[in-house]
Design a protein around this ligand. Structure first.
Ligand SMILES: Nc1ncnc2c1ncn2[C@@H]1O[C@H](COP(=O)(O)OP(=O)(O)OP(=O)(O)O)[C@@H](O)[C@H]1O
Length: 479
């Protein structure tokens, strides 16, 4: 891959770096301390949900996944693994505790990732209106989402407005989990919150973006490949229309993040091919798997006209990318659900309670294959560790079925769709999401359901989709 000319503010020229971590601490102390970070190295840290870790840039310049840190501002992390990178060196004041922290020199960030940014920038300016359409694929925990976030942030810093799609239903972007997001990044991103926050109730100090949200209440596309393909086709139509409305956004192109489960030749290459075709992908970034990169090169490189060429680039798994195990991911989903309704410690929200009679609700159950039989909850797989390989999960034909509310729904997340309550199954599946509500209580005797919602307005005739099994029910959201 060539190194295009780069002109990111505050960045020096990229150069190769050596590869061993400088230090390694099992945990950090509470006392404030100063760490001096050498040029072109990164300060990696892993913070549990029970911990708080504060970073303040005392001198020099630094960035976190593409977002520059403001001097003297305290950034707080909890339930987060990441790295602060510095091009020219910096001093960080650190307080709080972390499970691990060390300076890493082996950083793909300064070389490979920046090269990709430069390439996208060149493609944006060489294009005749159509920006690069990038698909990022690879196994779990190889840095896909971090790369997408960094490319988006660098794109914004270069004056572009890339549109990012999250297709990983295990972690929400500007939305609770079990959703897919389309968001155009047209203003600075946030070091702590990444894409910022989505507009809900109450004043905010973070950047607010208006995303387009779809619901995919399954842990992996491989659980319901046909539903995934149908939804992707719908999203591609919406995204194409959105890009056509604004030449600057169209020229900035797309960056699509995918779940690691697509890295499976038997179950998923067809889904990757579907994404490539529906979004007219012309660049595939394959991280952390030689086999995937080689298979995709063979699949997409053959006999294409110049307009249809798909360039597949093989990228290295970054030294800092670490596993987020099932327990961590479950806690993250709970935190995302809680934040959707109650906000964060910085900007709290006041959710509203709504009560509906059974007869006033049109609820569709999306049955996750990982959860066994919803009609027989005792038989359901309560192994919420989700440790069976995706490809071996049982599949079921029923995707969305209309149900009468039951206590099984308590603690569940429900998507309110834009479509009317009596829509057909495909419309219910593909309709975008107005918002989410949480099922606080179901009274089967009185036939009423109590929901928690971010907004005071009641919704009228809308289809409601409940993911039975995905995301996991959150028991103690309302205490
Ligand atoms: N250079 C780095 N230094 C420290 N942590 C990093 C670095 N790059 C990524 N990480 C962290 O490693 C974890 C895995 O990275 P990321 O989520 O980007 O991978 P992924 O391939 O998208 O994983 P998944 O498919 O499971 O979502 C994340 O917590 C991320 O913040």
């Amino acid at each position: 891959m060539s190194l295009p000319g780069l002109s990111l503010p505050g960045l020096g020229p990229a150069r190769a770096t050596s590869s061993t971590p400088i230090t390694g601490n099992a945990s950090a102390s509470q006392a404030p301390r100063t760490e001096t970070i050498q040029p072109q190295t990164e300060w990696r840290f892993e913070v549990a949900f029970s911990q708080r870790y504060n970073i303040k840039l005392e001198s020099g310049s630094a960035e976190l996944f593409g977002v520059e840190l403001a001097p003297k501002q305290t950034y707080t992390f909890s339930g987060f693994k990441g790295a602060v990178f510095t091009w020219q060196g910096c001093q960080l004041e650190i307080t709080g505790t972390a499970e691990s922290e060390y300076a890493g020199q082996e950083t793909e960030y300064a070389v490979e990732w920046l090269n990709v940014h430069g390439m996208l920038k060149t493609l944006r300016y060489q294009s005749r209106g159509d920006g690069p359409r990038v698909l990022v694929v690879g196994p779990d925990h190889v840095g896909k989402s971090s790369l997408v976030r960094s490319l988006a942030a660098w794109g914004v810093r270069s004056g572009d407005a890339p549109t990012v799609l999250n297709l990983d239903s295990r972690e929400g972007v500007l939305a609770p989990p079990a959703s897919f997001t389309v968001v155009t990044c047209d203003s600075s991103m946030d070091a702590e919150n990444g894409y910022g926050i989505s507009p809900m109730s109450g004043p905010t100090v973070s950047a607010v973006r208006t995303p387009l949200i779809y619901s995919f209440p399954f842990a992996s596309p491989t659980e319901k490949p046909e539903a995934f393909k149908g939804l992707v086709t719908r999203m591609a139509l919406s995204v194409t229309n959105k890009l056509e409305e604004d030449t600057a956004i169209k020229r900035s192109g797309l960056i699509i993040d995918t779940p690691g489960s697509l890295n499976d030749p038997k179950t998923s290459y067809e889904l990757i091919a579907h994404l490539v075709s529906e979004f007219s992908i012309n660049v595939v970034l394959s991280i952390g798997s030689e086999r995937l990169a080689s298979d995709l090169t063979r699949k997409f490189a053959a006999n294409k006209s110049p307009e249809e060429t798909v360039t597949v680039l093989k990228m290295t798994k970054p030294g800092g990318a670490v596993e987020r195990d099932n327990a961590f991911m479950k806690q993250l989903r709970t935190q995302q659900t809680r934040q959707y309704f109650f906000g964060s410690s910085k900007e709290s929200l006041n959710p509203h309670s709504h009560t509906f009679g059974f007869n006033d609700l049109d609820i569709y159950r999306a049955k996750s294959a990982s959860m066994g039989d919803a009609d027989n909850p005792e038989a359901a797989d309560d192994d919420d560790d989700y440790d069976v390989p995706y490809a071996n999960k049982p599949t079921s034909n029923a995707t969305f079925e209309r149900i009468t509310p039951s206590t099984t729904m308590t603690g569940g997340l429900v998507a309110i769709k834009f479509c009317p309550g009596d829509s057909d199954e495909q419309t219910v599946r593909d309709s975008a999401v107005m918002g989410f509500v949480y099922v606080s209580d179901v009274n089967e005797t009185k036939k009423i359901v109590r929901f928690l919602a971010p907004h005071p307005q009641k919704w009228k005739d809308r289809a409601l989709v409940w993911g039975y099994g995905w995301p996991e029910a959150v028991a103690d959201l309302v205490v």
